[in-house]
Design a protein around this ligand. Structure first.
Ligand SMILES: CC(C)(COP(=O)(O)OP(=O)(O)OC[C@H]1O[C@@H](n2cnc3c(N)ncnc32)[C@H](O)[C@@H]1OP(=O)(O)O)[C@@H](O)C(=O)NCCC(=O)NCCS
Length: 385
């Protein structure tokens, strides 16, 4: 018997979980990580954003705050060789917050460049759309990363409903997401700080910011685990960030953070083989943590560090505390991770104050992502036939 020329050579399989990332049943996590690395290298020119198998495994092993749905497209011809031979050519993931933002379903679909335009992405998206509806979710989010913005005035650029930034309409992910009915709400800028910084640069930033902040504040820098005495305040700052960060028209609710959640995230970082560096500014008179910033790094990716949450409480803004905590954390980072070559971060183009600090520190634009959303009932099925 011969195979019809247009018969699919792939099928969808629920990604199995496994007792450990090196267990044979963890094949899907390895396949997804390989795929995302290939997609990153082809579409963005780097694999900085690609998750490692352990990142995926940890997300699935700890679903108390965000549940995961994972489906993979595997080549049918490979199945005779057993589980280890399954080749993942596409994957779909749905993140479903469970303690806050219970209206949201955050989707990711990716297909190997060699396997695109065969309906794999549409089949994965349809699987996720149905799963999100069954979960009673009402809003679908998706992100499409890009390597560079099209120049101002370029034909075929899509502009967001709010804020600056542009995205090429012919980017495969944009064409795909817009075909499904998602709209571009905001653009998020990725920025990279090349290391090492020129001699004396960090000291200069620290000194200038400290002079503005004065004696009313003192800084603390911790690695994980952070001291018990401060964990609840650090968690409260994470919650405050989710309340204050400008997100345009994205239907985001503030996140519910407490010390237990902060510890869960610390535990997940440890399982992922990641370190944490947090610098916080204490308001001396009240013992309140007025602001903080976090750097996070995988020990097996020595060249790259991620700049995560930075926030200053509204009543303590205007004293250069954002710059102070960031600069002090960078100084400490240079001490604990001298071999790192770049720090990467994300800021919504609507977030002028944070972008200004990052630009002053020397972060340069390095692509970004389109943040898209749609009411789930309006998302179209893209499956053929
Ligand atoms: C977006 C992506 C998942 C699409 O996967 P795919 O398997 O090629 O998608 P499909 O073949 O199912 O395409 C479905 C429809 O989307 C649209 N589409 C997909 N890629 C397109 C492109 N490059 N140009 C124009 N339209 C496109 C078309 O309408 C297509 O239907 P058609 O082929 O009948 O015209 C894939 O390009 C990818 O992995 N991109 C990188 C990751 C990403 O951006 N993900 C999307 C955000 S979650």
């Amino acid at each position: 018997m011969t195979t019809a020329p247009d018969a699919p050579t792939w099928r969808l399989v629920d990604a199995p979980h496994a007792p450990g990332v090196d267990h044979p049943d963890a094949w899907a996590y390895h396949g997804i990580a390989d795929l995302e690395r290939a997609v990153g290298l082809a579409d963005l020119g780097h694999d900085d954003l690609a998750p490692r198998p352990v990142d995926l495994w940890v997300e699935s092993a700890h679903q108390e705050h965000v549940r995961q749905v994972r489906v993979v497209a595997v080549e049918t011809g490979d199945e005779q060789g057993g589980a280890g031979a399954r080749r993942v050519v596409g994957h779909g993931a749905l993140a479903l917050p469970v303690v806050d933002n219970r209206h949201l379903a955050m989707a990711r679909v990716a297909v190997l460049p060699s396997h695109r335009r065969r309906g794999i992405g549409a089949a994965l998206a349809e699987h996720l759309r149905r799963a999100a509806l069954l979960e009673g979710r009402s809003t679908l989010f998706a992100e499409v990363e890009f390597a560079a913005e099209p120049p101002a005035g370029a034909a075929g650029a899509v502009v967001p409903r709010e804020g600056d930034g542009r995205v090429a309409a012919d980017l495969p992910g944009m064409a795909f997401a817009r075909r499904a009915g998602l709209a571009l709400e905001i653009v998020s800028r990725r920025s990279v700080l090349d290391l090492p910084l020129p001699a004396g640069a960090v000291e200069g930033f620290v000194a200038e910011a400290a002079a503005h902040a004065g004696d009313a504040y003192r800084v603390h820098t911790w690695q994980a685990p952070v001291p018990d005495a401060w964990v609840d305040q650090l968690a409260a700052l994470e919650g405050r960030l989710s309340l204050d960060e400008p997100n345009g028209g994205l239907a985001l609710e503030p996140e519910a953070w407490d010390g237990v959640r902060f510890r869960v995230e610390e535990g997940k970082r440890a399982e992922r083989g990641e370190g944490l560096l947090v610098t916080a500014a204490e308001h001396v008179a009240t013992g309140t943590l007025a602001g903080m910033t976090i750097l996070e790094y995988a020990h097996d990716r020595p060249g790259l560090t991620e700049q995560e949450s930075t926030v200053v409480l509204p009543e303590h803004r205007g004293h250069r505390l954002g710059m102070l905590v960031k600069a002090v954390n960078l100084r400490e980072h240079a001490r604990v991770r001298p071999a790192t070559r770049r720090i990467s971060t994300w800021n919504n183009e609507t977030n002028g104050p944070m972008l200004a600090i990052n630009v002053a520190l020397g972060f340069r634009p390095a692509g970004g992502s389109a943040e898209l959303q749609a009411p789930l009932v309006e998302v179209a099925s893209m499956c053929r036939g």
